[in-house]
Design a protein around this ligand. Structure first.
Ligand code: SF4
Length: 317
């Protein structure tokens, strides 16, 4: 396995009115593995903890507990220098290409940065690498002399992708990489990621709230609710035979849902509860259309209900 994550947790201590402290369990014990060349989708509503999970896996936020092994190496125990060396292989594409590119730097300088940080090449070699990168993501090399604001949203995300692949990584966390783009150009950005995945053998942790996008891009899918996985399965299995009521509700909200989706199922109702005050028992019980008394009392474990298909539900597992 390229990546193995065990019981990963990220808690935030928040200070409320009057200095009262609460703990938000943004990520509360998730485990998964990722094979080389595989794409695992992490889906759920905004506030379910998926972006924090992606950042914790690559230590952009420091996990509270758990284990992350990359090529067998425990990356949570690495020192700063070792972690910096590992960043050549592990990259992130952010949701917002506007915010993630320094507006005061020309694109050429932004794309040269990874090479400069890792001491790769002379200045003219770096310029040549930048030109190749721009071509690779479908932009003319002479655009290196422009500033980020001179590009469209889709072009800016291409630059973000170029920066992520500059050092030929093996693993990329893609955090809502197309959510900020116009619907009309999302497919182009996804196709670019897919083409790069095939040509570079990349593995992705692909984070999205959009079940339609995940269906297009991922091999396997983990559905997350209030910091925990509630269902994990191969993409096809999940879209044709979803078992968890939350997954079914998410799928009911997309018009193109697969043949196995009962159209009588309704999209999820209400708001996701706060991660500081998760409901007792099954955290989804406050919104679940089929809950029973036991759901309010006992936390359901994630159990394998069919080969590779895991569900955390008292009534469906
Ligand atoms: Fe619904 Fe109960 Fe299953 Fe939770 S455990 S998803 S409340 S049926």
């Amino acid at each position: 396995m390229l990546l193995e994550v065990r019981d990963l947790k990220k808690y935030f201590v928040l200070e409320g009115n009057g200095g009262r402290k609460t703990t938000a369990r943004a990520v509360d014990g998730i485990s998964f593995s990722l094979a080389k060349g595989e794409t695992l989708g992490l889906v759920g509503e905004s506030g379910c903890g998926k972006s924090t999970a992606g950042r914790a896996v690559i230590r952009l936020v420091e996990p509270t507990a758990g284990e992350v092994r990359y090529k067998g190496k425990d990356i949570l125990s690495l020192g700063r220098a070792e972690m910096r060396a590992l960043r050549k292989e592990i990259q992130i594409v952010f949701q917002d290409p506007y915010a993630s590119l320094n507006p005061r730097k020309k694109v050429g300088a932004i794309l040269e940065e990874p090479f400069a940080i890792h001491g790769i090449g002379t200045q003219s070699e770096r310029r040549e690498r930048v030109a190749r990168l721009l071509r690779r993501v479908g932009l003319p090399p002479d655009h290196a002399g422009r500033y980020p604001h001179e590009f469209s949203g889709g072009q800016r995300q291409r630059i973000g992708i170029a920066r992520a692949i500059a050092l030929e990584p093996e693993f990329i966390v893609a955090d809502e990489p197309v959510s900020a783009l116009d619907v009309s150009i999302r497919a182009q950005a996804l196709n670019l990621l897919q083409e790069l995945q095939e040509s570079m053998g990349l593995s992705f942790l692909f984070i999205s709230h959009d079940m339609g996008v995940v269906e297009h891009f991922c091999d396997r899918v983990a559905v997350m609710y209030l910091g925990k996985f509630v269902e994990v399965a191969d993409r096809k299995e999940l879209y044709v035979s979803p078992r968890h009521p939350y997954t079914q509700a998410l799928l009911a909200a997309i018009p193109s849902a697969g043949a196995g989706i009962n159209k009588e199922r309704t999209p999820v109702r209400g708001e996701i509860p706060s991660a500081s005050f998760p409901p007792a028992g099954c955290a989804f019980h406050t919104r679940c259309p089929i809950k029973e008394k036991t759901c309010e009392q006992a936390v359901p474990e994630l159990k394998e209900t069919a080969r590779g298909h895991f569900v955390a539900c008292h009534l469906r597992a």
